[in-house]
Design a binder for this molecule. Structure first.
Ligand code: ATP
Length: 309
């Protein structure tokens, strides 16, 4: 079944005008749709326009042109409903240290005008595993707990879309895994997730589809799998019983990456060489292969190639 679009962006443009510095085109005719229930990744180097895009949805930056619709609400006609449909988890930890998680969530609910009987503070605290710390000062929470509290704040008004802006920037590996688990759980509960990140590994692990933004333009928008399939170069390491004789020009596109004693690492283009040809080349003169390991490349390869182009 075709999924519905929960966010639709058409020809979105943002120019920051500055008399001294001149105009800065931050978003250039952006077009993208996010489908209900997906985890969508927005990737890009510094200055690509990710924050500008999020701030337009949050209502803190005014777009120059184009149309944005969120959950059926048009940003120009129903800005309040658009804001209410999105929960934003900011990059910076900006919590009042003297409020407890419960107090912070209650205050946030008040800001959104949610009546006491309609608040789901305890459910949210449980979801982000902060029920035990509900009444502790925010300043006494660990880094991971603070991040989870930021997520909790974004959920108070039960938005159908949650945007996480670089959720794991500067966060250690364990905490990162923990946050990923929380985001996946939220998604399983039906919340659509948009994730901006610098960490390609994070996008690869979490996102079904990815848009790569560079200097305000989308340079790729595809499923994570299709983006990974674009990688043409493969790397293989062979361990052999004796040191072999092999050169770059033995096969078209072959490159010797390293060659030490009985181990050689080569790279090649998948469409020019098939692995059997390569194995036959290595086994020439009765050389025995003891071990083979391959590296298919990752999203970083695709990203760097697109950004360079
Ligand atoms: N308030 C502003 N006034 C003028 N130019 C701005 C303003 N905010 C952002 N820009 C410019 O717009 C472009 C996009 O910036 P933006 O912060 O949206 O990128 P980003 O992808 O979020 O980068 P980062 O990952 O560094 O946060 C950059 O060239 C930036 O210098």
């Amino acid at each position: 079944m075709e999924q519905k679009n929960i966010l639709s962006v058409k020809n979105l443009k943002k120019i920051y005008s500055n008399k001294q510095a001149g105009d800065n085109l931050a978003l250039n005719d952006l077009n993208l749709d996010v489908k209900e229930g997906e985890i969508f990744g927005l990737l890009g180097p510094n200055g690509a326009g990710k924050t500008t895009f999020i701030n337009i949805l949050a209502g803190t930056v005014v777009k120059t042109a184009g149309r944005v619709s969120v959950w059926g609400f048009d940003l120009d006609k129903n800005p309040r409903q658009v804001r209410a449909s999105v929960g934003i988890v900011p990059q910076e930890v900006n919590l009042d240290p003297f409020f407890s998680p419960r107090k912070l969530l209650e205050l946030q609910a008040g800001l959104y005008g949610i009546k006491e009987k309609d608040r789901i503070t305890d459910t949210i605290l449980k979801l982000v595993s902060l029920e035990k710390q509900a009444n502790s000062y925010a300043r006494s929470l660990s880094g991971g707990m603070k991040r989870r509290l930021l997520m909790a704040k974004a959920l108070v008004h039960q938005p159908p879309i949650v945007i996480l802006d670089e959720p794991t920037a500067g966060v250690d590996v364990e905490l990162r895994q923990n946050l990923w688990k929380n985001v996946k759980l939220l998604n399983e509960l039906g919340v659509t997730i948009i994730l901006t990140t610098h960490y390609l590994e994070e996008a690869e692990e979490m996102c079904g589809r990815i848009a790569i933004l560079n200097k305000g333009n989308i340079v790729a928008l595809d499923s994570t799998k299709n983006l990974l399939d674009r990688i043409q170069t493969k790397k293989v390491t062979f361990k052999t019983d004796i040191k072999i004789n092999i050169n770059d020009d033995d096969l078209e596109s072959l490159k010797i990456v390293s060659h030490l004693d009985n181990e050689v690492c080569v790279s090649y283009e998948k469409n020019k060489i098939n692995i059997e040809e390569l194995i036959n080349l290595i086994k020439k003169n009765n050389v025995k292969i003891i071990d083979i390991s391959t590296d298919d490349g990752d999203l970083e390869d695709v990203f760097l190639r697109l950004i360079k182009n």
